[in-house]
Design a protein around this ligand. Sequence first.
Ligand code: HEC
Length: 314
Amino acid sequence: MEQDNKQEYSSRLISSLPYYGVIYIFVIVALITAGYVYFKNIDFITMNSKNILPKQLDSAQAFMLDIAVKKGVTSPPVDVYKLSVSTPELVAKGKGLYESTCSPCHGPDGKGDGPAGANLNPKPRNFHELTGWTNGPSFDKIYLTLQEGITNRGMASYANIPPEDRIAIIQYIRSLNPGYPAISQDGLKALDAAYSLSQGVKQPNQIPVKTAIQKILNDEKGRDSLINKIKMDITANTTDAGAVIFKNKTRSQSRAVNFLADNMKWNDNKNDLAKLIMSDPYSAGFKTEIVSLSDEEWNQLYSYLKNVFSAIKV
Ligand code: HEC
């Protein structure tokens, strides 16, 4: 009985094999079609997985609790003298504000290691270290940084945050290292005078962090392409006396161009240019022999460079 069943089953299997054959052909055709479509679009597919923006920004944007665009308002007067004395409440308030606004770049613990800062150069400041700051770690200098930003180095202005909240954030930052400079009464006085804090401050419009980051990346991209254009102009120019001097007296043209672009204050006058380069020609990308240029040659170099760097913001 059992034997019969088996036989019947296998004979049925054998008789239906031709149908399976049809299915195989169908599957193979489908695979070939899919493969063809994939390879035809391979550029498009890989381009989509490579983001135009650096990858880390996506993850940052995903978790960032962003602020909304808001019209400027006038903030109430602030007592800087009172707020300059740290209290646990002030630090706790500052920590909350820090976490929503600053940690994407400066990291959850203020170590400068936030995901949105990973592609920035220079890196966001590590608030546990007190050396190498651009404006400085003193209370009034941090306030200045928040007010003005250091936009050419990737730090946006946070003038949209009310002064009182900014001071709370500063107090939180200061709590990360006991070595922050003591707050001087003179510093506070100057700060109050500079921003009329005890009179109330008109807040500018607030923009989302995402927009701020985008703005900075665009600024940087714009700047990079300006610098590349300057490098090409210099390479292409074989007639201008200043261009020729520049090429003869640099050991690295690229380094010298970047150095000049980073220190645009030289473009006021020839003496500033000479002083700037001569203070350390080697690290600025120049040959040390540049110190023996004649006055006339400095003139030629200056007027050429001033012209070719005119698109860079001072
Ligand atoms: C888009 C990323 C980004 C965000 C968001 C950001 N920062 Fe920064 N910040 C930077 C970068 C980059 C630097 C480094 C600039 C430099 O080295 O001159 C910096 C530097 C600083 C400095 C040091 C300035 C100095 O003198 O060297 C302070 C203080 C600071 N940020 C405070 C803040 C605070 C407070 C917030 C939040 C309200 C914040 N930052 C949000 C990127 C960011």
